[in-house]
Design a binder for this molecule. Structure first.
Ligand code: ATP
Ligand code: CA
Ligand code: CA
Length: 423
């Protein structure tokens, strides 16, 4: 399962869909962006802006190659999320997605049937979502927004936009735009999707040996004796943020989410360089791609300093209400707040908090599955065959508690997994 994807050319079955998605984003986002910023109102959360595109065009929408309808949901809310909390430059966002109509399709890696597309610089992911997930995101948008505002370092997926495309006489396709947790310029040598559930949560080891891009699961992690190597400082920070994040997920009544873990081994470096070479093959003329040199970035590199400055200069109120309690000896060391600041990830540390040669890329993904009656039924049936508490669909409070305990266990390693294993 490559995390690289196939470039969508004009002869691709999903070319029209991609064209329409990107055209809609380009027009809708730049329209909102052109207005003067104002504080959010209650109505902004429920807002939906409609656009109708056709080959002729009109005063609202320029002419497009195809006829289609486009909806932009809560544009002002997502604008604030992007600009104030996710620090995405508005011009960058539009350029990455729409300067050239290039996306690569990862296909449908999960069981859900959702499709994943990467922007051509691999910074953003477009995920098509089910109508029920779409409705759910609209319902929880206020809570999500509040959480992100109060938790600048949340590990939960960053949603940058929510949209819908409707083709003439065709299906309605809902999609979100979110962050790619993995860095565009680094090889990820191992990938895990961890839930804290152990029933059936294993990727066949013999297949994994042939496929370095396989997404491994909980049982692979346990059997390989893995551990998230984080010293006391980072462990405390990550634990506290994960605690807050799972509290939110419990409150939202969701389950089935996971912690995605990408592991980059700095000694191994980028020799495999799968992604970069693939990019070259696909499209030799991509001047916009900023491929950063892969030098090692210390805590006082220009990027790190700039990052800290941005954090300091942004809304002092937000920093004042910063949600992670720092260990005392760490006062002023804002870099430790940030789980994505070591070359886009979190550098492993030993028990003395010294840096090690591993970078982790972490995030909580797939958070839009409420515990509906469907899941309740699945819980019942799966529970007949296996331990009711170790299967993936359990009620949200239990799911969150088990998830959080497992995440604490992966930081400890050793024999901390006993309660998660099947007998
Ligand atoms: P299912 O519901 O069957 O689990 P899904 O279609 O909802 O699948 P996700 O669980 O969201 O899909 O993601 C599937 C895989 O895609 C993940 O295991 C991960 O490898 C990759 N992926 C998802 N989101 C991201 C992201 N933000 N950054 C990088 N990779 C991602
Ligand atoms: Ca999933
Ligand atoms: Ca899913």
């Amino acid at each position: 399962q490559p995390l690289v994807g196939n470039l969508i050319g004009e002869d691709h079955v999903n070319y029209v869909l991609m064209y329409n998605m990107l055209t809609g984003i380009r027009i809708a986002v730049s329209r909102c962006q052109a207005k003067i910023r104002r504080p959010l109102t209650e109505d902004d959360f429920a807002a939906c802006h409609k656009y109708s595109f056709d080959i002729v065009g009109n005063e609202l929408t320029p002419s497009a190659k195809y006829d289609f309808k486009f909806k932009d949901y809560a544009p002002w809310v997502f604008r604030e999320l992007r600009e104030d909390y996710f620090h995405v430059d508005p011009a960058d966002y539009l350029l990455s997605l729409t300067a050239k109509y290039i996306l690569s399709e990862l296909g449908s890696p999960g069981k859900s049937g959702s499709f994943f597309y990467f922007s051509r610089d691999y910074r953003f992911i477009i995920k098509t979502i089910h109508h029920s997930e779409h409705k759910f995101l609209r319902n929880i948008l206020k809570d999500y927004h509040a959480h992100v505002k109060n938790n600048p370092h949340t590990l939960i997926s960053r949603f940058y936009g929510l949209h819908r495309v409707k083709l003439p006489r065709g299906r309605k396709i809902h999609f979100v735009i979110m962050n790619n947790l993995f860095p565009p310029h680094k090889d990820v040598h191992e990938t895990y999707d961890l839930k804290g559930s152990t029933v059936g949560r294993e990727y066949p080891e013999e297949k994994a040996a042939q496929n370095p891009r396989a997404v491994l699961k909980d049982l692979n992690w346990i059997k390989r004796g893995k551990r998230l190597e984080l010293g006391p400082e980072k462990r405390a920070l990550l634990t506290e943020q994960l605690r807050r994040d799972s509290e939110l997920l419990k409150h939202l009544n969701v389950m089935d989410y996971s912690l995605l873990v990408g592991i980059h081994n700095m000694e191994r470096g980028n020799r495999d360089n799968v992604r970069s070479s693939t990019l070259k093959v696909f499209s030799p003329d991509m001047p916009m791609i900023r491929r950063k040199p892969t030098q090692v970035k210390g805590p006082s590199s220009p990027e790190a300093i700039a990052m800290r400055r941005i954090m300091r200069e942004s809304d002092p109120q937000r920093l004042g209400s910063a949600t992670i309690k720092l260990p005392d000896e760490d006062t002023g060391e804002r870099q430790h707040f940030l789980f994505y600041q070591d070359e886009g990830g979190l550098r492993a540390t030993d028990e003395a908090n010294s840096e090690m040669d591993t970078i982790y890329y972490l995030g909580v993904i797939d958070i839009l599955t409420p515990y509906t009656s469907f899941k309740k039924v699945e819980h019942f049936w799966k529970g007949l065959k296996a331990d009711r508490h170790k299967i993936s669909p359990v009620p949200p409070a239990e799911y969150a508690e088990r998830f959080f305990s497992f995440m604490k266990a992966i930081m400890r390693g050793g024999d901390g997994y006993a309660r998660f294993k099947s007998e």
